[in-house]
Design a protein. Structure first.
Length: 163
């Protein structure tokens, strides 16, 4: 079992050796960036493929909760779009946050399998996923990451942006 490493820095510039996967949460309605969506904007500034693949999948009606999209952006770096957010913004009737923890579990299980197929485990790098515009709580997200990735031997680094 591995543990989560916490570092100050930019998850779009993952540290370490070997194959790295940058994970982040996307919504299920085809909206890539909204005001305050700093992480997807940082991804789009560095690479255009994650956004293009996400929008293409949405246009093809292939976006739904629990799906993932792996996008190669450099020879040893992938971005994974985790479809684990329903809409954008808190549901006014139920006061429910957009992140869907059950979909996050499904996405991370799929990611874990991908990280381990036929090779040393890829490392996973991320901001505190689901806890910005997704409205989630880290005290719920963190244990999900530990169970679905760390307990499967996949190294995880969480980046806290101090920009």
């Amino acid at each position: 079992m591995t543990s989560i490493a916490y570092v100050d820095g930019d998850a779009t510039s993952p540290i370490g050796d070997g194959e790295k996967v940058i994970a982040h949460i996307c919504n299920d309605i085809g909206v890539w960036g909204v005001w305050g969506a700093w992480f997807v904007m940082a991804l789009s500034t560095k690479w255009d493929r994650p956004e293009k693949n996400y929008k293409y999948a949405y246009d093809m009606d292939a976006i739904e909760l629990g799906k993932i999209q792996m996008v190669s952006v450099e020879s040893d770096i992938f971005v994974v779009n985790l479809i684990a957010q329903q809409g954008v913004g808190r549901d006014r009737l139920s006061d429910r946050e957009p992140v869907r923890y059950d979909a996050l579990v499904v996405c991370l299980r799929k990611l874990a399998k991908w990280c381990k197929i036929g090779k040393e485990a890829s490392s996973v790098h991320m901001p505190r996923i689901g806890c910005g515009l997704g409205g989630g709580r880290w005290e719920i997200v963190q244990p999900i990451i530990k169970v679905e990735l760390c307990e499967r031997g996949i190294p995880v680094t969480v980046y806290d942006w101090k920009g």
